[in-house]
Ligand binder design. Structure first.
Ligand code: HAM
Length: 421
């Protein structure tokens, strides 16, 4: 068969064979967030393009090169290229700040970026996200980092397979002087910078620091530390001291400036030592203390993280982390003769209502073919219905593991199976 339609490049189907793994990590994320006091938020896939231009930033690669934008009548829309800006929009729209105190919101969302697809980099991908609003203290940063590292550990990823990289990028008060220092550094080494960095040196000089092509040159770039204002320095020192107290290992990475414009102070990523190749960041996040106000809300300190779901799955598989058992099929009902087919469906329904995962043939196959299906299905029990069983309102139950057979009345079948699973 020649395929007429294929999924778009960089967009993947998740097939029944893989979906138990997705369900497993999603369930772990939900449970993990519950333990840390988060409530779930779900936001639409489409937002106005302007929301991301104002937050992620018009000069960022994500907005300027990768965002899927389209126009419908007067409005320009974007497929969400990340999860934070929509959550901030919803936080404001529904007045969640009115409750006062700290609000913790988590989500699982698809997002869209028109990047060149490669291993671990797709055009539709998924993120586990967590955002904290209203917490200025480094305690919140420390809690978020503990939560992220514990999530990976809870999935069975060994601590030595992960590296937490940490930095601060200051605030609008102290960052301009640092930005100028990096720009000057870039000008001094202009000829050696890649074309992309040469072009963005004037507009967005900090981005040269996380360019992989210019990695060797920017190793000598000035760190931010002497430029930090007292409040930013105190915050960063407070966070580092908390991480030491909590035994969270990290590496200071002076060049971790992140590719989204909304960050202030803390930035971080967790990279995987193996299993991902070039796209090795499992997650990224940080503080964005100015964003709520920038989008029209009251001054609200905030921070969060986005964890790449596909990359998490790739690392789990590459490191042979313990994965959940495939879903169980409990029973398969086999009809001997056409008269038994409706009863087979009735019995399948009865068992399913009793939470017994049950299947049966829907194509009118012969008993022999049905038995083959039953054996292949992995079900523990085959429920055989022939003329004599129908006459007695009973079923013959064959244990496909031990090959033993039992006669069980149809009314007791569900209870009988339940006690044996
Ligand atoms: P981000 O670093 O752009 O941050 O994305 C977070 C994570 O999503 C990355 O570390 C990576 O694992 C995954 N990811 C990014 N792009 C792709 C892609 N094309 N294909 C597959 N996976 C990808 C954010 O999006 C921020 N909203 C995170 C955040 C939340 N900051 C504060 N709160």
């Amino acid at each position: 068969m020649e395929l007429k339609y294929r999924a778009l490049e960089g967009m993947n189907d998740v097939l029944p064979e893989q979906s138990p793994l997705w369900q497993y990590v999603e369930a772990r994320w939900r449970e993990h967030c519950r333990q840390y006091g988060y409530g779930e938020i779900r936001t639409p896939i489409l937002e106005t393009a302007e929301l991301f231009e104002r937050s992620v930033g018009e000069t960022s690669d994500i907005v300027s090169k990768e965002m899927y934008v389209f126009q419908r009548s007067e409005e320009r829309y974007a497929l969400k290229p990340e999860g934070t800006a929509p959550v901030v929009r919803a936080y404001l729209e529904h007045g969640l700040y009115g409750a006062g105190g700290v609000q913790k919101l988590y989500y699982i969302t698809p997002f869209f970026r028109g990047e060149r697809p490669q291993k671990g980099r797709y055009r539709q991908a998924h993120q586990f996200g967590a955002e904290i609003f209203g917490a200025a203290s480094p305690l919140a940063d420390a809690e978020l980092l503990c939560m992220v590292m514990d999530f990976f550990l809870s999935l069975g990823l060994p601590a030595d397979a992960l590296e937490l990289r940490l930095n601060t990028i200051g605030c609008p008060g102290c960052r301009p002087a640092y930005r100028e220092a990096v720009r000057n550094f870039g000008r001094e080494h202009f000829d050696r910078l890649c074309k992309n960095c040469q072009a963005r040196l004037e507009r967005n000089p900090l981005r040269i620091l996380d360019c992989k092509e210019c990695f060797e040159i920017t190793a000598a770039a000035p760190p931010i530390d002497p430029y930090l204002c007292d409040a930013c320095r105190t915050h960063f020192e407070g966070l580092q001291s908390l991480l030491k107290t909590l035994d969270v290992a990290y590496v200071r990475d002076h060049r971790l400036v992140r590719g989204l414009d909304y960050y202030t102070r803390t930035t971080f990523e967790v990279v995987a030592a193996q299993g991902l190749g070039a796209q090795n960041a499992l997650c990224g996040g940080g503080r964005y203390d100015g964003l709520v106000e920038e989008l029209g809300g009251p001054p609200t300190p905030a921070l969060g993280v986005g964890i790449g779901v596909e990359r998490t799955l790739l690392v789990l598989q590459a490191l042979n982390a313990p994965l959940p058992a495939p879903p169980r099929r409990d029973a398969f009902v086999v009809a001997f003769g056409d008269a038994a087919r409706p009863v087979a469906l009735q019995i399948a329904q009865q068992l399913r209502r009793a939470a017994i995962a049950t299947d049966l043939d829907l194509e009118g196959r012969s008993p022999k073919a049905q038995m083959r299906l039953a054996n292949r299905s992995g079900a523990r029990f085959a429920i055989l219905l022939g003329e004599s069983e129908l006459a007695q309102n009973a079923a013959t139950v064959k244990d496909l593991q031990t090959h033993e057979q039992y006669t069980v009345s149809q009314t007791e079948l569900a209870a009988w199976i339940q006690t044996r699973l």
